[in-house]
Design a protein around this ligand. Structure first.
Ligand SMILES: [Zn+2]
Ligand SMILES: [Zn+2]
Length: 301
């Protein structure tokens, strides 16, 4: 699955031309998403070494980055924050980024905040926010996610897409533990010669933070594990069945899903979501919450 800068740019251009209603949204996110992809590529093989994969721990449902210390990543987190903070500031509404807020974050502060994000320690964001003179903790949280993303993506990329195959059955990411922002049904594997007709259609989830993709059961809600078909539902716009909402009424969340067998060229999975905001609106009109809130799907009521 292409996550490189070229795939990001092709997908941005394709949304602007085929769905002009989203051209403005694409323009807003284009500098950030392009820069993140560029950084992930730049770090590549020279980025921080990912921890060794422990298959026994994976089988027990413990993701690779659980409990890691991020000090070794400081240099990369700093490089990422220097490149991305000016872009994030341009995108933020003025009240979210008070002029007095000191966002000159040190490598050490960044490492502590990324650890807090990975372990779900939201108190750490509250504590750091006090030191930052008025930047809302929720904004700081989004900044830390945006800055960490290219560093984590370079590490996940080094492990390769198949590292968790056969030993991970969770709805959260085997590498960083985050929930998905989007699911997809895979294309037919060109190596799968037994299935010359049809094939593909295996469900995968795409991590909201590190961009890793992993296979998942089609009949289960990734957020709560609900398998009851009565309380799970699919919605789509007429004639656009390959772009759909998968809802779970048990936990009240939804995740978008795209059928890649119907997409040419193959979209980049973070960018493609910018062209699906109408589905977020439909789902949220039905009182469903996004499985993973993002800057573009967290709509005003
Ligand atoms: Zn992840
Ligand atoms: Zn659920």
């Amino acid at each position: 699955m292409a996550n490189d800068l070229k795939a990001v740019q092709t997908t941005l251009e394709s949304i602007s031309s085929t769905k002009p209603v989203y051209a403005e949204l694409v323009e807003t996110f284009s500098p950030l998403m392009s820069k993140q992809a560029e950084l992930a590529e730049e770090f590549g093989e020279n980025g921080p070494e990912p921890p060794k994969v422990d298959e026994v721990r994976l089988m027990e449902g413990v993701h690779v980055l659980a409990g890691v210390k991020c000090d070794d990543w400081k240099e990369f987190l700093l490089a990422s924050s220097r490149a991305l903070l000016p872009l994030l500031k341009d995108m933020a509404p003025p009240e979210a980024w008070p002029p007095e807020a000191d966002t000159n974050l040190s490598g050490k502060t960044l490492a502590r905040l990324v650890e807090a994000r990975l372990s779900g320690d939201l108190q750490q964001f509250e504590n750091t926010f006090v030191k930052l003179d008025g930047m809302p903790p929720s904004v700081l949280f989004s900044i830390v996610e945006a800055v960490a993303a290219p560093v984590l993506a370079s590490m996940a990329g080094r492990l390769g897409e198949s590292f968790s195959k056969g030993c991970w059955d969770q709805g959260s990411c085997p590498f960083c533990g985050s929930l998905p922002t989007i699911a997809y049904l895979s294309r037919r594997d060109p190596k799968d010669i037994e299935n010359l007709v049809g094939g593909g259609g295996k469900k995968h989830l795409h991590c909201s933070l590190c961009s890793h993709n992993w296979e998942y059961r089609r009949d289960t809600c990734p957020a709560c594990g609900n398998q009851d078909q009565e309380s799970r539902e699919i919605f789509f716009v007429d004639g656009m069945k390959h772009e759909r909402i998968e809802a779970c009424h048990e936990c009240g969340t939804y995740c978008l899903c795209i059928d890649l067998r119907e997409c040419e060229p193959q979209p980049q999975l973070d960018v493609v979501q910018l062209g699906l905001v109408h589905l977020d609106m439909i789902a949220q009109d039905k009182d469903l919450e996004p499985m993973t809130p993002t800057t573009w799907n967290s709509l005003e009521p």
